[in-house]
Design a binder for this molecule. Structure first.
Ligand SMILES: Nc1ncnc2c1ncn2[C@@H]1O[C@H](COP(=O)(O)OP(=O)(O)OP(=O)(O)O)[C@@H](O)[C@H]1O
Ligand SMILES: [Mg+2]
Length: 421
């Protein structure tokens, strides 16, 4: 079907022509349609058969511009092509962690999927102090399964090159990441967030520090050139929906082949941003402790499952039977995981800074009204970014990573924060 922007009045007719969707919605009088997209890029509608709350789907459509900025900011709608392709792959690899697909149409830039009805967006729930018992482990498993199985360890090279070909041209969203994650926040730029105290700190501590900026550049280069595995590439707590039993990953439009550590570091950074924000939101160090334990579980479960998959794997593009002895293989494996840990910490450092200084902040902190409080928390995040960037390749175990973060936060003088609600 040729492209056409859908709205509440045209959606019923569009859906009526889709048997797989009508099977979910059932027959009956009328549909209740609600626009629920709280995002910046696309339109998202929740659709229910009137009188049947369980008969529901979510429809997401990309428009050829950036939704938050309007038609003056064109952005190719082919981002939905990559969202659709990645979600199909994730449905094959990790169906328990992603919404089921009822219909997808690359021409129409439309995806119709399972409604996550009893789940909440994790970022908002974390601001409220909600605990999700299994979230760190679930995210770790999601990461290991998706990254290992699309890597040259988990696939033969010919199939893998064909798979990479399906994502190569997600160029505009990759460019957004290049600019807004790895470039503008570290220089004076009109797109950056503006707050006098935080800006001063950024100017005097990060933007004039060659070592720090060269560190960021190392990770920009990795992002641009390394094609380890199919990344989600926008994995933050706003891309997780969860309840007490389940964790789901949504919003796969940034998917492309990039370095292993990118997804891992980014999601850990978002748990740490939440940690910092709770010096204000709850002032509850037991909640902060929970956040840190879960952030570390992401890595622990990721590593455990990744190595488990490696153990089951026969020959891969990288490893052919008979090439290495057992002890050579053990050394290779250890070096491989250590490199991912170092890179994850470096990408984590970039995420902490760009979410503080760049255009796209996190609601956990940007939505705090009191600018004095906000600036203090922002500076904590920048200091943590600086620390992690400077030692990312000297942290050799997850225990060291955890103790580095614990002692960083323990040294913050809470009295000087004056975090009055
Ligand atoms: N399958 C789903 N079930 C229930 N709600 C959903 C589902 N998918 C998306 N949503 C809701 O719609 C919101 C926007 O979805 P999504 O993040 O995919 O859109 P986006 O336009 O790509 O946003 P962003 O600006 O974050 O990229 C989510 O935060 C969530 O509240
Ligand atoms: Mg999105």
């Amino acid at each position: 079907m040729p492209y056409k922007i859908l709205d509440k009045s045209s959606i019923p007719e569009y859906l009526a022509g889709l048997p797989t969707v009508m099977e979910v919605l059932g027959k009956g009088e009328g549909l209740d349609i609600e626009e629920i997209g709280d995002g910046n890029l696309n339109y998202v509608y929740k659709i229910r058969r009137s009188g049947f709350p369980d008969r529901t789907v979510v429809l997401k459509q990309a428009v050829p511009y950036l939704r938050m900025a309007g038609e003056e900011w064109p952005l190719s709608r082919n981002r939905m092509t990559y969202e659709i392709r990645a979600l199909h792959i994730y449905n094959d690899l990790v169906p328990e962690f992603v919404p089921a697909i009822y219909h997808s149409d690359e021409e129409m830039s439309v995806l119709v999927m399972q409604t996550l009805d009893s789940h909440t967006v994790v970022r908002h729930s974390m601001i409220e102090g909600v605990i999700f018992p299994d979230i760190g482990g679930d995210v770790g498993i999601f990461l290991a399964e998706t990254l290992f199985r699309t890597s040259a360890l988990g696939m033969k090279s010919v199939e893998r090159r064909h798979l990479m070909d399906q994502f190569n041209l997600n160029d505009e969203l990759c460019k957004l990441t290049e600019d807004f994650v790895f470039t503008f926040p570290y220089m004076e730029h009109e797109s950056n967030y503006s707050s006098p105290v935080t800006n001063k700190f950024a100017r005097e501590t990060l933007r004039c520090d060659a070592k720090y900026k060269l560190g960021v550049l190392k990770f920009k280069e990795l992002f641009l050139t390394k094609t380890d595995a199919l990344l989600h590439a926008d994995l933050h707590t706003g891309s997780l929906m969860a309840n007490q039993q389940e964790t789901y990953v949504i919003d796969t439009e940034f998917a492309y082949f990039g370095p292993f550590g990118f997804d891992v570091g980014k999601i850990i950074a978002n748990f740490l941003l939440s940690y910092t924000s709770h010096f204000f939101h709850s002032r509850d160090d037991s909640y902060q402790n929970w956040l840190l334990v879960e952030a570390m579980s992401i890595w622990k479960k990721f590593e455990e499952r990744f190595l488990g998959l490696w153990g089951l794997q026969g020959e891969s593009a990288i490893l052919i039977d008979g090439l290495l002895t057992e002890s050579e293989l053990a050394e290779y494996r250890q070096g491989f995981m250590l490199k991912i840990l170092h890179d994850s910490i470096g990408f984590c450092a970039c995420s902490l800074a760009r979410r503080t200084l760049g255009i796209a902040g996190v609601a956990d902190i940007r939505d705090i009204d009191d600018i004095n409080v906000r600036s203090k928390l922002e500076i904590i995040n920048l200091e943590l970014s600086y620390l992690l960037m400077s030692i990312h390749d000297r942290i050799n175990t997850i225990e060291q990573f955890e103790s580095t973060i614990r002692s960083f936060y323990a040294n913050i003088n809470l009295d000087s924060l004056e975090l009055v609600k």
